[in-house]
Design a protein. Structure first.
Length: 120
């Protein structure tokens, strides 16, 4: 790892960064989605094969491989479905800033989580 020197860092609008880095908006790297919660009054939306990720499901692991709640295909259809490897960021509450990647081919999150579906 290269040693940090005064010449190797610069001040930016987000603080000190490596001098050869750029600050770019997240939207240049992928589509940003806020999670949604299917109506809990509709039992047909819950108990299926698709992980419904909430902040409590995000641990120190890189991937969220399982969630405490699951939703059905019908539940997924009223959410904003996420593909495998979507970047998850908790944006509200006591666990703000927690991050992980989705593991399943399709999943969804509640509204406390924003996801970035990276451009290929």
């Amino acid at each position: 790892m290269a040693e940090l020197t005064v010449d190797s860092i610069k001040q930016s609008e987000v603080g000190l960064i490596a001098s050869d880095w750029e600050v770019l908006p997240v939207s240049q790297f992928g589509k940003i989605l806020t999670g949604t919660t299917p109506s809990t009054k509709e039992s047909k939306f819950y108990g299926g094969a698709y992980p419904f990720i909430s902040p409590g499901d995000i641990s120190e692991d890189l991937y969220v491989k399982e969630a405490a709640k699951t939703i059905t295909k019908e539940g997924l259809s009223v959410c904003r479905p996420l593909p495998k490897n979507a970047v998850l960021v908790v944006c509200i509450g006591a666990t703000i800033g927690k991050t992980a990647l989705t593991w399943s081919e399709e999943s969804a999150t509640n509204q406390q989580i924003n996801a970035i579906i990276t451009y290929k």
